[in-house]
Design a protein around this ligand. Structure first.
Ligand code: NOJ
Ligand code: CA
Length: 560
């Protein structure tokens, strides 16, 4: 094992866990989660085994897009605590071996940000060019809006000057103009500020929109040059300031373009990107009980090889809608029918507002199979808080807020999240079969059969087998479409994973190539040892069953 690889490129087999501070733990009982509350729960995260804590926006904000509308990039929202509290969180996390990354939201600001308040005053205000303006009536852009329930154009007329400003998201989120060198300088300063505070990297919000040059004048486009160079500059700046800081990008576009966002073969762009295509294909596979859509996506993904620094981040859920925008209409309907048939389970015509356990109708076999896949697929797994205990959603909440309910620590109605009166809580908890009475940390913590214990084991085994994060992925041929057999290989390590997408049990047969006589397969979650006949293996799987098998060559006496 090469020391430089395993220690420096720590993100290659990290486990990411995202939280919104305001819904995690409330320390002063005002109903809003806060940084001191989070600091007290770091030991829980350490026990879970995660290695990267991703903090969703915690900056001062009017909170009209759950904090993605920022009014000050250099501070903490006073409802959540102070900069001092943030330092305590970071220090405590580091003490437990957990890195902390922050959401970097630089595509836009809030319209209440002082820069925008200045900018909209007059066409010659010094801040005018920090945003993107046009002075002629914009064309119909209703097909470009991200939130079709709220917006019908990406341009908004500003009454004071009669010009229109660009807003790819809500109209209260004006887009920053990155062709302006002053804006770019400010972005470096923001990155520098938080790294100085101890932040280890960033989840970069809405990357394709940052680099999009819609509305830029020809002169601005010339001045900006290749927008990808701006990403490269942030990456290298972060590298200079931190040594090993990462940029984890939110980039929901086809793999070919994502390859460019990684910085192509050089890999000097974004360090990591979420795999939105793989995620959507995974749900299609689950809905169809057929591994082929997932295999197709992963094969396509593999046709754009990554540079040594780059890595995929896999996920099943995040804080947004479970978007199915990259599926065909027919495929999306199949996933809707399987996992969210009712209108109140869907949002924006493209996504689901549910978490995994409710979509799987609470079937523990299927839920666990989905998470086993997440942790065994090539890349770095990323979790959204509460997934580890099987939290559900509150469909009464509108849109994406349905999955942003408070963390459920205990069986009390408020989930032990806060002692504030129920009407003061930042968001209402589920009251159905996924309420705190049924789903909470306290009950699961010492139960070896709980979801929490299961996820903890997955994390531990994932970390123990670096080939899962680092390795070369291949699909092992076998005839059953309901089954995925894949292997990850790195140096002389190899794990083979077998997953059954069907509710019925299966008999699976496959042959591993390149194995010496006498090689055995050791069950990673048990101690069973399976012998092979000339690389050929036969095993049975229960409905939605899975196995992780470590390939042990003769003479290999390692414990794992
Ligand atoms: C993507 C974030 O994940 C989402 O929650 C937000 O609304 C938009 N970017 C705008 O910042
Ligand atoms: Ca509080």
């Amino acid at each position: 094992m090469r020391i430089t690889d395993t220690s420096d490129r720590w993100w290659k087999n990290a486990v990411v866990y995202s939280i919104d501070v305001e819904t995690f733990a409330d320390s002063n009982n005002d109903g809003i989660g806060d940084l001191p509350g989070l600091a007290q729960r770091i030991h829980y995260l350490a026990e879970l085994g995660i290695t990267v804590l991703w903090l969703m926006p915690f900056y001062p904000s009017p909170d009209r897009d759950d904090g993605y509308d920022i009014t000050d990039f250099y501070n903490v929202d006073p409802r959540l605590g102070t900069l001092g509290d943030m330092v305590e969180v970071i220090r405590t996390a580091h003490d437990r071996g957990i890195r902390v990354i922050a959401d970097l939201v630089i595509n836009h600001t809030s319209d209440e940000h002082p820069w925008f308040k200045e900018a909209r005053k007059s066409v010659d205000n010094p801040y005018r060019d920090w945003y993107v303006w046009r002075d002629t009536t914009p064309p119909d852009t209703s097909d470009k809006v991200v939130f079709p329930d709220a917006e019908d154009s990406i341009w908004e007329k500003d009454q004071t000057t009669g010009q229109w400003y660009l807003h790819n998201f809500y109209k209260f989120q004006p887009d920053l103009n990155i062709a302006n060198p002053k804006v770019r300088d400010e972005i470096f300063k923001i990155v520098g500020f938080w790294t100085q505070m101890g932040i280890d990297g960033f989840r970069v919000d809405a990357v394709p929109f940052i680099l999009e040059t819609t509305g830029y004048t020809a002169a601005e486009k010339r001045q900006l040059g290749d927008p990808q160079d701006f990403l490269r500059e942030i990456t290298s700046f972060l590298g200079r300031r931190t040594g090993d800081g990462i940029l984890l990008g939110e980039v929901n576009i086809p793999y070919k373009q994502q390859h460019t966002y990684f910085g192509g073969d050089r890999g000097d762009g974004l360090t990591m990107q979420f795999d939105f295509i793989g995620m959507q294909s995974l749900y299609l596979s689950l809905a169809r009980h057929d591994a082929r859509p997932l295999v197709k996506a992963l094969t396509q993904r593999g046709s754009f090889p990554l540079g040594p620094e780059s890595q995929w981040a896999n996920f099943l859920r995040n804080h947004d809608e479970l978007t199915l925008d990259k599926l065909t209409d027919k495929q999306r309907e199949e996933v809707f029918a399987a996992f969210g048939p009712e209108p109140d389970m869907q949002v924006f015509g493209r996504g689901l507002k549910r978490r995994v356990p409710s979509m799987m109708e609470g079937d523990p076999r299927r839920i666990r199979m989905a998470y086993s896949l997440l942790f065994s697929l090539p890349g770095t797994p990323s979790l959204f808080y509460g997934e580890e205990i099987g939290m559900g959603e509150n469909l009464a909440e509108s849109g994406r807020m349905a999955v942003r309910t408070p963390m459920q620590w205990t069986s009390e109605p408020d989930g032990g999240f806060s002692d504030a009166p129920p009407d003061k809580l930042v968001a209402p908890l589920p009251t159905d079969g996924f309420s705190p009475e049924h789903v909470n940390v306290a009950d699961q913590r010492s139960d070896p059969d709980s979801m929490l214990s299961f996820i903890r084991r997955l994390i531990f085994r994932y970390r123990q087998h670096p080939e899962l994060g680092w390795g070369t992925f291949e699909v092992v041929d076998q005839p059953d479409h309901a089954v995925l057999v894949h292997s990850s290989r790195w140096e002389d390590h190899r794990v083979v994973a077998v997953h059954n997408f069907d509710a019925g049990g299966r008999r699976v047969e496959f042959t591993l190539t390149d194995v010496e006589p006498g090689t055995t397969l050791v069950d990673v979650f048990g101690d069973e040892r399976l012998s092979m006949d000339d690389g050929r293996i036969e095993l049975t799987l229960d409905g939605y069953g899975f196995r992780w098998l470590r390939v042990q060559q003769p003479g290999d006496h390692r414990l794992w």
